[in-house]
Design a protein around this ligand. Structure first.
Ligand code: ZN
Length: 95
């Protein structure tokens, strides 16, 4: 039984897989999925110590396996990836 690698809920049968490199670059451009923020914030409350979204980010940076994402997490990632690309593109079109 697989789970979404971000929010842990069971993904749809046609769930998308994302290569680790793609997740890493999304995280490096500021991708912080709401489900991971929620999960890590509640962990921080349980353990009363420095567990937070930055720890999730560290895990993503070390991870080398594909990510299976449910539809809502995949949508969030896709939207994040599209936005910076548009912004970056405009930097190259200054003249
Ligand atoms: Zn999910």
């Amino acid at each position: 039984m697989t789970h979404c690698d971000i929010c842990n809920c069971p993904p749809e049968p046609d769930a998308k897989r994302y290569p680790a490199a793609r997740m890493r670059s999304a995280v490096n451009t500021g991708f912080r999925p709401a489900a991971a923020v929620r999960l890590y914030t509640s962990l921080a409350n349980v353990f009363q110590r420095g567990v937070g979204i930055e720890q999730w980010v560290e895990q993503v940076r070390k991870d080398t396996t594909d990510w299976v994402l449910c539809r809502s997490c995949a949508t969030e990632l896709d939207e994040h990836v599209e936005q910076p690309r548009r912004r970056r593109w405009s930097l190259f079109r200054r003249r």
